[in-house]
Design a binder for this molecule. Sequence first.
Ligand code: ARG
Length: 578
Amino acid sequence: MNIFQLVQDRFKQALTKIEGAEGAAAPMARSNRPEFGEYQFNGAMGLAKKLKSNPREIAAKILDAVELDDLAESLEIAGPGFINVKLKPQWLGEQITAALTDPRLAVEKEPEQTVVVDLSSPNLAKEMHVGHLRSTIIGDSVARVIEFLGHKVIRQNHMGDWGTQFGMLIAHLQDKLLSENVATTALSDLEDFYREAKIRFDEEEGFANRAREYVVKLQGGDQECLTLWQQFIDVSIQHSEEVYAKLNVNLKHEDIMGESAYNPMLAGIVADLKAKGIAVEDQGAQVVFLDEMKNKEGEPAVFIIEKSGGGFLYSTTDLAAMKYRSFDLNADRIIIFTDARQALHFKQAEMVGRKGGLLKAETSYEHGPFGMMLGKDGKPFKTRTGGTVKLADLLDEAVERAEKLLSERESNLSADEQKEIARKVGIGAIKYADLSKNRTTDYIFNWETMLSFEGDTAPYLQYAYTRAMSVFRKAEIDVATFNAEVIITEAQEKALAVKLLQFVEAIAGVSANSTPHLLCTYLYELSSLFMTFYEACPMLKDGVAEETKLSRMALSLLVARTLKQGLELLGIETMEKM
Ligand code: ARG
């Protein structure tokens, strides 16, 4: 159950009973100072302005009209006319008990929508590098959350597998295969391969021409070129899939819908936009002028869809993808994750798509931009020698560092257990450090802070989970069948109960705004409240009454389940011991 929504609905109902207030907005906020209750209604001030009346008087009228007796112990008018809602401990206890018997932790499903999530989408000409960490894990987490809320999610890995570089790459591959005869050995290091091909392209007589010829042949469907291209693509995809497995992301081979898949649609898209008079010729190219987007000189922005002399572009492919997703996949929402530098591209693509009927009116087209990952020096993250960091290497280093840290701690875990835990901690740490930042800003990558067991980190949350579960091991109680009546008496118990029931509010926010950091913030706050509760409210000590012990254990179990579920929605694994 979503308490925020429930309370808001009650206020909306109350407004219908007040003259002049029917249909007025019902703004609300969560409050984080328990003395003011847990929720606050803020609508009286706006309404007073509209009705030319005194806000506190309006607040008093609303307070009379609102029906919250079942869940609130008190309602209070504060300040200029806020209404503070303090929830009843008994009601909270009942909700916790109910959530414990529900595998969905009392999170109701939303009315189903079809949501296309465009995520990861690396360029296959090179190996995956850190820039694609963000599009992969932010997209993965948002997709998981939306799915959990009851929607049909269609993942689309829009891999960059087409375009002019492939001419150069397949020409080089053809030559290498003369001596190395299998593509996997020739392509064992994609970065080296790309560099070699580029040098030949720039320096070797005749090679550039051959590369250009291969592009034309490839696009024309020449069998030999297509076979070479396919070999290259297969090896490169295999590299990406190794990274996905390490990263624990939900991306399957079937989710790949690369740029090449849209190739057959491109000519039709351009012809259609021309026929509609939306695309016009300009200096030999086919373009769409966007009058609604003018520069300082008053000239409209230009969206190119076919190069002069022929040849389609990244932008043409995005128009085709948009049409396919809106009309064939029937998307209610399309969400695309790329770095922020592409924001203008997607804004313009949407304008063209809306004009040209490539998007149904009811399909929402959303770009989820993200900032850059920076090194300690505040500059784009690079290797010590200034090269791009391969994602696979970064992930291996995370696990090695976690292994080292864990081996320095006292522990009675076996070597195998340690290894497995190190993997979960290392990968979890990298992912959490990224996901917990508001995605729109750049962030500084820092090994020390992300692997710390204290503060807003994955290891801290993973540790909070094991701590909540350890209570049951110590008491030798089976969690599978455990349930108990929750009786809330202490302030720490109430704060924890309220936070637990707000899980749904956090994930609804992630879904609405495509921002996983809201879930991270929530889980961190939950863990901190749990640690405080754990210190203040003993469970297994002598002298604790049986019903108090069971009630506190119930709270702990719901903490554990919520942490596990929440981390799973971030794509982060948990362990029973660490
Ligand atoms: N391959 C592109 C890149 O690496 C991202 C593609 C994102 N999706 C899309 N529909 N354009 O920047």
